[in-house]
Design a protein around this ligand. Structure first.
Ligand code: 3PG
Length: 190
């Protein structure tokens, strides 16, 4: 197995990963400040619009020494290049292809590729990846699916996202194959 540029140490340090898609520039600093007030030192900004792309730059520049800044919804080579240019701390993708894994690997940035099925996990294991985002977690079988994954794939660890909230995150975190959880609920309920 390769270590995906050391993604496990990122996840071990951040058990809860707030995920945000910014739609308003004015929200950037208050949201980061509120995370820091709660001692949450990690944020994943999805690359789904231009405001979020600007937000990555702003957060790295102003708060880069206080918070780990990851990017989410990384889909292709150009998103990986954006991540490198902005010196982000980790990258997350909703799914994975061989090409994307190659780009991730070459970037030297820790990366977390997504899976939602048994077959996806087998494909990622063939690519030597065993630390995976489980997405969309609730729609893909939630806790019960992760228990099945644990029966099948002893050395694979997951970060479930998609449908995680303040009521269920502890149940996910208590599973032996879950290393951290992610979601937008952290910021919505700030
Ligand atoms: C996403 O990619 O949108 C994240 O996984 C967040 O999902 P959530 O909004 O259900 O937490």
């Amino acid at each position: 197995m390769n270590n995906q540029n050391n993604i496990r140490s990122v996840l071990n340090n951040h058990k809860i990963i707030p995920v945000v898609t910014f739609t308003n520039k004015e929200d950037i600093q208050p949201i980061v400040e509120s995370l820091l007030d709660q001692q949450i030192k990690c944020i994943e900004v999805t690359l789904r619009n231009s405001i979020s792309r600007d937000a990555v730059e702003v957060i790295k520049n102003i708060y880069g020494d206080k918070i780990a800044v990851g990017v989410g919804t990384v889909l292709n080579k150009s998103d990986v290049l954006f991540s490198q240019e902005n010196n982000v701390d980790f990258m997350v993708s909703p799914g994975a292809t061989k090409n994307l894994i190659n780009e991730f690997e070459n970037s030297k940035i820790p990366y977390l590729p997504g899976v939602s099925t048994v077959n996806n996990v087998m494909e990622l294991l063939e690519m030597d990846c065993n630390t995976l985002k489980f997405f969309p977690a609730l729609l893909s079988g939630g806790v019960n699916m992760l228990k099945q994954f644990n029966n099948l794939f002893k050395d694979v660890k997951f970060c479930p996202t998609g449908g995680i909230n303040e009521f269920n995150y502890n149940e996910f975190l208590s599973l032996p194959n879950v290393v951290s959880v992610g979601g937008s609920w952290v910021i919505k309920n700030k």
